[in-house]
Design a protein around this ligand. Sequence first.
Ligand code: HEM
Ligand SMILES: Nc1c(Br)cnc2ccccc12
Length: 289
Amino acid sequence: GLNVAIPNKSKSIKDYQNVYNDIAEKIREEDEFDNYIGYGPILVRIAWHSSGTFDKNNMTGGSFGGTMRFKKEINDPSNAGLKQADEFLAPIYKKHSWISHGDLYTLAGVTAVQEAQGPKIPWRPGRVDQPENTTPENGRLPDATGDSSYVRNYFGRFGFNDTEIVALIGAHCLGKTHLENSGFEGPWGAASNVFSNEFFVNLLNENWKLQKNAAGNEQYDSPKGYMMLPADFALRQDNKFLKLVKAYANDQDLFFNDFAKAYVKLLESGIHFPADQKPFIFKTLDEQE
Ligand code: HEM
Ligand SMILES: Nc1c(Br)cnc2ccccc12
């Protein structure tokens, strides 16, 4: 059924900015993680994976219930590597245990994008922890070997259009793939912790070669040592997607605006917020110096 957000009346933007700041300071402090990429990318990913179980056809899944905290969901093979994000957030939750897990996972993704010099992501609290038996079954997250029709169909389950789909996948400007997590090996170049339109620039301009990786899976590799998943490369193989890839490669502001809108929609999928609940827009650490 539809999940109705219940904002905590005793908490203000100041309280949530304190949680944001604790997450942001911990990202800065623990900068050596994953060969100095840091925790930002997996925080963006755990927010997406918490939300990515949503299915508009039966109104199940999504970030509302915070079920990523349960073994069944965090152990989904699609979530390999995200236990480290959950462990990163454990002391934050301990200090601010008035917050729901759904709000914490999504706020962490917002914090990570903004602290990576990405766009402001307006955010609304009010997700309510649900019991373990509401955890969605494994297998609701996307397959990296999909082609363009697979990708369009997958995101159709959320009601996303082509603009929202291409913008969202632009988050692959962050971080890398890890053979032990997903069976794909990341780039030793372009594995970044700065949010930009680089994913689209690389996708268009690099000389990609499809080859088998050490796990026997096919991926696209470039002479500079970058990689693309088949599902990434699919964005070049469909005319409507390709038009958007070119637009974003040539206009970072356009990408930032479209990404912010699509990420909000993703993190709020399946949740009804009160009409008068205005989103919070958090300051970055740099803006508070
Ligand atoms: C067709 C859709 C998508 C597919 C098939 C996909 C697949 C993957 C795979 C296989 C990895 C590597 C995981 C690992 O080996 O550690 C990955 C990483 C990542 N994904 Fe996606 N993804 C998709 C969409 C998204 C979206 C919508 C977002 C966020 C808005 C996102 C954010 C990330 C980030 C930040 C990483 C890097 C994590 C790290 O550095 O450990 N992805 N994705
Ligand atoms: N940095 C990435 C590039 Br460049 C291309 N594809 C990816 C897929 C998942 C995670 C990271 C990347």
